[in-house]
Write a protein that binds this ligand. Structure first.
Ligand SMILES: C[S@@+](CC[C@H](N)C(=O)[O-])C[C@H]1O[C@@H](n2cnc3c(N)ncnc32)[C@H](O)[C@@H]1O
Ligand code: SF4
Length: 439
């Protein structure tokens, strides 16, 4: 079917609730179609670029409107039937109605827009893996209402939990664990005592963490231990009032990466897409190219996902992380892998840090901050005068802000990749290499 812009002007969407026709000429990273009218934008949930749709304005604002598709009049050739039966309601995914190559193309296009002030002539490359069965960890809400078990995720644009039977982005082993868990919980007295469950898979196999909202009897607990044994699933309990499950050092989890073994607590941050993580870390090593002369700072380092591979190659590496448990895991990982050129510092990088790095002759910096970015640390970073900075970002807007700031201080963009870390979802993960260039 041919996509064409309708003749004449589109009617101004002033009346909430009445379906109107829109020609869609763009898409946001959150998978909302973009239509423009008299300089005002309407974001249309469920619409794709090139489509002519009928949509109902659900929210009118002074700068933009929001609308929901009621009918697709001319469909995009890239529109596909969403594979997951829960897609229409589940808030976990937002791109399943768009073919996978186009999902990444849409994210890349959006990223280009975000980075336009710093990108110059650089093209954005892509790092891609499989589109489903990639998630090695997930948190699933559990509750019982009128005797019925609900297990699932938040609904789209709502706080309600929708019940699911399977989640296709989970690894295949976790999909099986989910199915067995749901079956057992639906006829078990444990379900009303649970807040949520966490599923995990790593090189040791699968694991389930049960977060209790109420204390339970020893008998009930043992029956679940027995279930876990027969299922060959590791089981962890987080009791009421505990911030984190109590896990003995011998029961820490492990994952393999770059020929290294990384230990972590089952609730520590780890990258959820194992195969993309391998590609990402390999590319980071290639781009930053640490060598035996380099002293590298790994900021927001978690349990050492980048720090350990860096330490294999560099003269010295210092990891910085705010969570004490992850700093401890990082130190353990350095020992476990016999990397005596790797140390960890516990510090909150949003607060002024005692400038303990300046004396160390830092040559390169890798940073992988949370969505908020790293703006509070940038002046300290600039004062360290590294030759290169590798920025891994999960939020393109804060990356653009931080890269512009660094650009004004002489750090120019050399390379950028969009990484398909979370296919089907709205998340955009980016890697950017910057280099200090003396004018
Ligand atoms: C996106 S994760 C990256 C972790 C690690 N680089 C990896 O690849 O597994 C961000 C990390 O930053 C840490 N973090 C968050 N806020 C922080 C802060 N203010 N100061 C230092 N670290 C922080 C988190 O605990 C988390 O481990
Ligand atoms: S998060 Fe899982 S259940 Fe929800 S739409 Fe995506 S694949 Fe389906």
């Amino acid at each position: 079917m041919r996509n064409r812009r309708p003749q004449g002007r589109q009617a101004k969407p002033q009346v909430l609730g009445l379906p109107q026709r829109f020609y869609v000429d763009g898409i946001t990273h959150e998978a909302n179609g973009v239509a423009r009218l008299d300089g005002k934008v309407t974001f249309i949930q469920g619409a794709l670029p090139g489509e002519l749709v009928e949509a109902r304005v659900s929210k009118a604002g002074s700068r933009f409107d929001q609308a929901i598709v009621t009918q697709i009049i001319e469909a995009s050739p890239h529109r596909i039937t969403p594979p997951c039966p829960h897609y229409a309601e589940c808030g976990g995914c937002s791109f399943q109605h768009l073919s996978e190559p186009q999902q990444l193309a849409a994210k890349k296009h959006w990223l280009q827009g975000q980075l336009r002030k710093v990108l110059g002539d650089h093209a954005i490359s892509e790092l891609k893996e499989q589109g489903f069965a990639y998630r090695r960890r997930a948190r699933i809400a559990v509750f019982v209402k009128d005797g019925q078990l609900f297990m699932g995720f938040r609904a789209k644009a709502s706080k309600h939990i929708i019940s699911i039977n399977n989640c296709m982005v989970l690894t295949e082993s976790l999909q099986q664990v989910f199915s067995h868990l749901k079956q057992r919980l639906s006829s078990n007295e444990l379900a009303p005592c649970l807040g949520h469950i966490e599923l995990l898979e790593d090189s040791q196999g699968t694991a389930v963490l049960l977060r209790l909202t109420h204390d339970i009897s020893t008998e009930l607990k043992s029956s679940w231990q027995q279930w876990a044994l027969t299922q060959q699933v590791a089981l962890y309990w987080q009791h009421p009032g505990e911030n984190q499950a109590q896990v003995a050092e011998t029961e820490l989890r492990h994952y393999q990466l770059d020929g290294l073994t990384l230990a972590y607590h089952p609730q520590d941050f780890i990258q959820v897409n194992a195969s993309m993580n391998e590609l990402m870390v390999a590319q980071a090593m290639e781009w930053l190219a640490p060598c035996k002369q380099d002293v590298v700072l790994d900021l927001f380092c978690g349990v050492g996902n980048f720090s350990l591979p860096l330490a294999k190659r560099a003269k010295q590496v210092i990891g910085v992380e705010v969570q004490d448990s992850m700093v401890a895991a990082g130190r353990k990982n350095a020992q476990l892998n016999k990397l005596n050129n790797l140390s960890f510092i516990a510090a909150d990088l949003t607060k002024p840090v005692a400038n303990e790095f300046t004396q160390r002759g830092i040559t390169k910096v890798l940073l992988d901050p949370p969505r908020a970015g790293a703006k509070e640390f940038l002046d300290t970073l600039i004062a360290l005068k590294p030759q290169q900075i590798l920025y891994v970002s999960c939020d393109a807007a804060t990356l653009a802000r931080d890269a512009e700031y660094l650009g004004n201080k002489g750090f120019k963009v050399l390379r950028v990749t969009v990484m398909d870390m979370f296919p089907q979802t709205s998340h955009v993960e980016t890697m950017m290499l910057l280099e200090y260039q003396i004018k």
